[in-house]
Design a protein around this ligand. Sequence first.
Ligand SMILES: Cc1ncc(C[n+]2csc(CCOP(=O)(O)OP(=O)(O)O)c2C)c(N)n1
Ligand SMILES: [Mg+2]
Length: 558
Amino acid sequence: MAHRSGRDQFFDVARSEGARYLFANPGTTELPIFDELADETGIELILALQEATAVAAADGYAQATRRPALVNLHIAPGVANGLGNIFNAMWNRSPVVVTAGQQNTNQLIQEPMLAADLVRMTEQFCKWSYEVERPEDIGIAMRRAFKVAASPPHGPVFLSIPWNYLDEQTDTDVPPPSSIDHGTVAVDGIEQAARRLLDAKQPLIVAGDEVARAGAVNDLVALAEAVGARVVGEVLHSRMVFPMDHPLWSGMLPPVNAGIRSVLEQADVALVVGAVMFPPFFYNPVGAVPPNVDIIQIDPDPYQIAKTYPVALGLRGDAGATVRALLAEVRAQLSDDRRAALAERVKGYGEARAGAVAGMKAAVEAQMQMDPVSSFAACAAIADAFDTPTSVVDESVTATAAVRAALRQRDPDSYFFFKGGGLGWGIPASAGVQLAQPDRKVVAIVGDGATCYVPQSLWTLAHHDLPVTVVVLNNGGYYILKSQLLGMNQKAVKFDKWPGMDIADPSVDFMSLASAFGVPSERVEKGSEITSAVRKAMGSGGPFLLEVPIDGTIKPMG
Ligand SMILES: Cc1ncc(C[n+]2csc(CCOP(=O)(O)OP(=O)(O)O)c2C)c(N)n1
Ligand SMILES: [Mg+2]
């Protein structure tokens, strides 16, 4: 297959790596790629009107398919626009292959317009960041980009491709794709790990996003049931790591060391599977891990094992393959007596959980009467509308605790969040999730502030007929920051002034915003009308925006 031009190599590799879509926003330096799209490439362009949107859509697609997604940005300014969501993709361990055009190499010395050192711009957020040095290297570089993105730990990679190379003819063959089995297991530690878990009086499992990425949610359920362990999600887990209505599920770890510590203190052995251990948000001088708990950590990334906190046993390997090996060993070691005792323990946890769920229902009912409704009640009402398989993309910020409490997601790949924390991710990510899951309903639950970072992503939903329901929880501004200022109890509280926190004067007209981008919309004033409105939007057959005013009374976080 000699005589492949640079652009041929680009598309040859993309196609043979299984890329169905190219998420992109165009510019001059990438025009050969867009020119090629006029022909039959087998790859569909998903057009984003701003690069942040393109990257988040690719991230959503990559997470939902668990495979690399290809996104092309426009040289320095486009890469800069995309960086916030490249950062989010890094935190999401999302295999996003980012390419960008570079200026013509014949004039780089002249410091041409739009050019910059793209590798330096991206390398701290990418597993591999490289600028192609010869036109004939595009095939190998693209192949490497896909391989590195999809090798554990998954993550974004970046490739800069000079404009002139894309149209140069070469005599190179594009290397074929490789089949690589990453399902490694740290064999020697399995027996000991199983014994420690079975001997534990109060084992706890911390389920991380890597469990979802490895497709191991159901294996982890079997393991938790076999060893009689409660399960918590890692700090701000970004995926569906355990069925959210399972009796052993106890919600997520909070992003503060003291909170994590008080959960771990209740355990004597904690199995941490595919989770980062443990990134705090709010500073707290205590460590997250108390001395009484033995940690067994499974992760494909040796850097993550015992990174901050020591472990009793680290098992480097694929989260799925290791959990399955551990489960087989646990079953081999389990005596009938012990199995019966552990089943009793699981029953006890289930009863405690049922009590907590009943308490939550009562609180929802009371708050449903509020005007405007609380975010807690609004999220419960949204979740009540899900009577078909639904995936949720969550950028609801303060309300994420309510979203997580309300959801009863059971299917793997049915919940997506962004623990990187860079706003402007949710609506475009939902476009990627819907492309990956055409047979599921997709609902994005987003804050009013979050929406305003990427309003143009609504156009991508409309343009590509992606039937996402976008629910904007509108509390008129940056509620989470207000509640943190309240906690600081300094001048904002003293003068009752909240600088930079209100989206007011004018307030945003979300229905006009949706209409400007071709998305129908409705405003739901009453809590009691939310469920039916969400159902109607989900059944509309196209994208739909629902604006739900929620209570904005400032309360301390908690
Ligand atoms: C790119 C970016 N800019 C700024 C912030 C800081 N920030 C964190 S939360 C927040 C408010 C978000 O408002 P909204 O989406 O309405 O959620 P609410 O706080 O009202 O729950 C802001 C501005 C951020 N996380 N990311
Ligand atoms: Mg808000």
